[in-house]
Design a protein around this ligand. Structure first.
Ligand code: NAD
Length: 326
């Protein structure tokens, strides 16, 4: 009988670095695009009366010898009550004999792997000399977006575009102390023209910036919108950029940033240049010129969660991390 462990948020946070998570994303996206990973489209359970939905995300990754299921709740009124928007738990079973291995808090796990995916995408798609990052949003995902990008490029400045001035100022102080780089709140939309890399990590349903304020050669990680009727990136930007997604089928079903420009005739499904895993595999190239605009649109994939969680389980077996439940 194998040991069943529980990993709290604190254990997940302390046991893994962003750089380790970025390495794990290479495996996750490679196995997704090679067809090895088994990741059906997630089940989305709506609770309109609570302005909420719950996602059930099953996954089998043969390379990790593990099967997983992540359950994430998204309660959109939570931030008003100072509660996290997202809570989650992930269950891991042994992929060779089906025995239960671990239960993990998935709130930070989700933020970590989402930031790590943007870190990987930035490494493959942003200009090598990129030094200014702009981030939209000041919540849980925005924090790990900044950490993911800072792990792969030498940043000189981070510009923060928030909705709430006090929260943006507090975010700047926290991130400046964590990363030791200059982090400033932006006061005008046109300041975006300074950015070499942009991360959108908001709950907005409409574009959070204007296409005219993009710098030539900018790379954008769009992680916030995950419903087919919500978008953060202008249609014009999607039309003129090289678009890379986490998984084509999921992007075409769930990413308003992709679905809405298609409905508007600005873009076609075939215009998606690549999945991130195809660039990792080398079957598609990354950035082709210093002037092109690149976009990584992610809706989030359970392969990312299982890659990180199963690594944590293996590490825990060696270092005796987490709490043994039985
Ligand atoms: N792609 C993925 O893998 C993935 C993973 C996790 C979460 N998400 C999504 O990312 C989004 C953010 O999640 P979170 O956990 O950080 O939520 P959060 O509530 O902690 O933060 C949301 C932030 O968006 C800001 N915001 C809303 N509208 C804005 C606008 N127009 N301009 C600037 N800022 C704006 C809010 O002020 C807040 O700072 C959610 O939609 C979530 O579902 C995506």
């Amino acid at each position: 009988m194998e040991t069943l462990r529980y990993f709290s948020r604190q254990v997940v946070e302390e046991a893994l670095t962003m750089s380790e998570a970025i390495e794990l994303m290479k495996d996750a996206f490679r196995s997704l695009s090679s067809g090895e990973a088994v990741v059906p489209l997630r089940v989305n359970l709506p609770q309109p009366e609570q302005n909420a939905q719950t996602l059930f995300m099953p996954v089998y990754l043969p390379s990790t010898e593990a099967v997983g299921l992540k359950m994430v709740t998204i309660f959109r009124d939570n931030p008003i009550q100072n509660l996290p928007l997202i809570h989650g738990l992930m269950l891991i079973m042994d992929g060779t004999n089906g025995q239960p291995l671990a239960l993990l808090d998935a709130e930070y796990l989700t933020a970590l792997r989402t930031g790590a995916a943007s870190g990987l995408a930035t490494d493959l798609l942003a200009r090598k000399d990129a030094s200014v990052l702009a981030v939209f949003g000041t919540g849980a995902q925005a924090r790990t977006q900044v950490k993911g990008v800072a792990a792969v490029r030498s940043l000189e400045k981070v510009l923060v575009f928030g909705k709430n001035t006090a929260k943006a100022e507090a975010f700047c102080i926290e991130m400046q102390n964590t990363l030791g780089i200059n982090v400033e709140a932006a006061s005008q939309p046109k300041q975006l023209l300074e950015a070499d890399i942009i991360c959108t990590a908001t709950t907005s349903n409409v574009p959070v910036f204007e296409h005219q304020y993009l710098k030539k050669g900018v790379h954008i990680n769009g992680v916030g919108s995950y419903r087919s009727d919500a978008r953060e990136i202008p249609g014009l930007t999607m039309q003129s950029a090289k678009i890379v997604v986490d998984q084509r089928s999921a992007a075409l079903a769930e990413a308003g940033d992709v679905v809405l420009p298609i409905q508007e005739g600005l873009f076609e499904a075939d215009s998606i240049f690549a999945e991130l895993g195809e660039i990792v595999l080398g079957t598609k190239p990354g950035r082709a010129s210093s002037g092109e605009i690149t976009v990584f649109k992610s809706v989030g994939n359970a392969a990312q969660d299982l890659a990180v969680a199963s690594y944590l389980v293996r590490k825990a077996q060696k270092l005796n991390l987490g709490v043994v439940l039985g």
